[in-house]
Design a protein around this ligand. Structure first.
Ligand SMILES: [Zn+2]
Length: 546
């Protein structure tokens, strides 16, 4: 059953997590790990494969050849290598992981949310895949962290009272992180979508009715609290006529909450409530009860033992689902895709110029918590390691049934340094889709997935997205012309719902996304000059600083 709060019996256990990476082999150490299998890498890559065996310097013939190659040949070789890597990462192989994640979800039942056993088993699955045949290729770390979750402790109540007649509205939800309490007050509608402080003027002391808008629920709640409302009833968007809204009213990053009782309703209920208010003065009573529960969850980090320590490419995707469903498109698809990329790199013993670090983030659906934990931890404890991250790739939802081929719009990143590098990454995806003869369009890059912690720390990021709920009214006529599918329907009709299962995967677009993602990531991994490529204007400034 979806929507219940976390329970003791399914509390995540991570006691037997592998030790942190500090106990692992020194990544600088050279030796038998430089194997001959990495010959797909192109000239610049091969020149690194100088072997020290028994004190004798062995230089492979290919290295001599590599030295003779010109810069142009390097680029051509890199493209060929990226092309052949992309061909290795197939939808069929990714689907095997999706089936495993789905089977896991069915035991918990039907969720892999970060605070449930289904997430714990998802972590174990990824770790077991990475630790099979050649455990010497990646340093695998499970990075635990605590999240404070909200647990509804009683069924919420919404009653309307007019002229002594009480009308109950059953089937409403407690908004996550709502305060607990009982409030009765005049029931009034918020102007517009409540995304401006002025929308809430004149509502002091009232219980306010507002529809989910284009700002965050926290913003809406904060403006309401500031205006002095006594409680808030949130209506779901038109895409959800019967599903009550139960999302978190909590700021990302620093976890600030709004100290008010808050109820969520379906869109149809919202319309009924709006009409009731227009018929004249009416009172509402809302009753909410919940508690905050600290719980463990974790990120999984697979650090390739090859490549430059000072030029790391993070390839990320969140491994957790929402509580309401198994999360197979969101984000079994992205996390399985990067898992298959990691396994293929290991299978071919790729030894690229730049180090690739795969990260499966936890608790994205609880507010990007895993990615913020990862970045904030580095910031506090190892700022050099954070500075060594050259760029970040994020893959969150890459197999939506009624898909678009979305490329993150780099220019819209809040941080200007990140925006300029992110635009360069964006162009690489565009070029790949063009080369494959596939249509694409830019998609929002507004810090609603795990790249946010990186871009807000000046790290360029990019990625692909095949669509979630989509615009109000669903897929547009133009999008239908570009990508096919069904007009006026959400890109993913099961987004954040119980039906986000194996039937909610479009294997065709999954294969296309895997190809483009694998190509660009591998091409970046092989680039000798990745820093200059992503920060073309930084070189002069850095030189002047010295
Ligand atoms: Zn997601």
């Amino acid at each position: 059953m979806s929507g219940d709060g976390p329970s003791e019996s399914t509390r995540l256990v991570i006691e037997d997590a592998p030790p942190p990476s500090s106990t692992s082999t020194d990544p600088h150490e050279r030796g038998r790990r430089y194997q001959s299998g990495g010959s797909r890498g192109g000239g610049g890559l091969l020149s690194r494969q100088v072997l020290m065996v028994g004190g004798v310097l062995v230089v492979a013939a290919v290295v001599v050849l590599a030295v003779l190659l010109t810069q142009g040949d390097d680029a051509a070789n890199t493209e060929r290598a990226a092309d052949s890597f992309a061909a290795r990462v197939t939808a069929d192989d990714i689907t095997v992981h999706l089936r495993m994640l789905y089977n896991i979800s069915q035991r918990y039942p039907n969720t892999r949310s970060a605070i449930y056993g289904g997430y714990n088993e998802s972590v174990e699955y990824v770790v077991s895949q990475l630790n099979t045949s050649d455990s010497d290729y990646y340093t695998v770390t499970v990075q635990p962290f605590t999240v404070t979750t909200f647990k509804e402790t009683a069924t919420p109540v919404l009653n309307l009272t007019r002229d002594g007649t009480v009308t109950p509205f059953p089937g409403v939800a407690t908004m996550a992180y709502s305060a607990s309490g009982t409030v009765t007050a005049q029931f009034k509608a918020v102007r517009n979508y409540g995304c401006q402080p002025s929308d809430w003027f004149g509502l002091a002391g009232a219980i306010a009715l507002v529809q989910r808008g284009n700002c965050t629920l926290y913003d809406q709640g904060y403006y309401g609290k500031t205006a002095g409302v006594a409680g808030i009833v949130f209506g779901n968007t038109p895409q959800y006529p019967t599903l009550p809204l139960r999302s978190r009213v909590r700021r990302r990053n620093d976890s600030a909450t709004v100290d008010l009782p808050m109820i969520g309703t379906s869109h149809n209920q919202f319309l009924e409530l709006t009409e009731a208010i227009t018929l004249g003065p009416i009172n509402a009573t809302i009753v909410t009860a919940g508690e905050l529960v600290p719980q463990y969850t974790a990120n999984v980090i697979a650090d390739m033992k090859y490549g430059r320590e000072d030029s790391v490419i993070v390839v990320g995707g969140h491994l957790d689902s929402v509580e309401a469903g198994p999360g197979i498109n969101d984000n079994g698809s992205g996390s399985s895709m990067i898992l298959q990329m990691a396994l293929e790199m290991r299978r071919m013993h790729a030894q690229p110029v730049n180090k690739v670090r795969f990260i499966w983030f936890g608790a994205e659906e609880l507010g990007l918590l895993g990615s913020y934990h990862y970045v904030n931890d580095l910031k506090a404890n190892d700022p050099e390691a954070l500075a060594n991250i050259t760029c970040m790739f994020n893959f969150d939802m890459v197999a939506s049934p009624n898909f678009i081929r979305g490329v993150y719009d780099g220019a819209t990143a809040t941080d200007p340094t990140a925006a300029s590098g992110s635009t360069i990454i964006q162009h690489e995806f565009e070029k790949r889709f063009d080369a494959l003869g596939l249509t694409w369009q830019l998609t929002e890059f507004n810090e609603r997935s795990d790249y946010a912690a990186f871009t807000l720390n000046q790290i360029p990021a990019g990625g692909l997205f095949t669509g979630a709920e989509g615009p109000v009214g669903g897929k547009t006529a133009e999008e239908r012309r570009k990508f096919g599918g069904i007009m006026n329907v959400a890109y993913d009709t099961c987004y954040h719902m119980a039906c986000d299962d194996l039937d909610n995967i479009h294997e065709g677009v999954l294969g296309e996304m895997a190809n483009a993602a694998s190509y660009v990531v591998y091409d970046f991994a092989l680039k000798e000059n990745l820093q200059q490529f992503l920060y073309p204007n930084a070189t002069a400034a850095a030189t002047m600083a010295f």
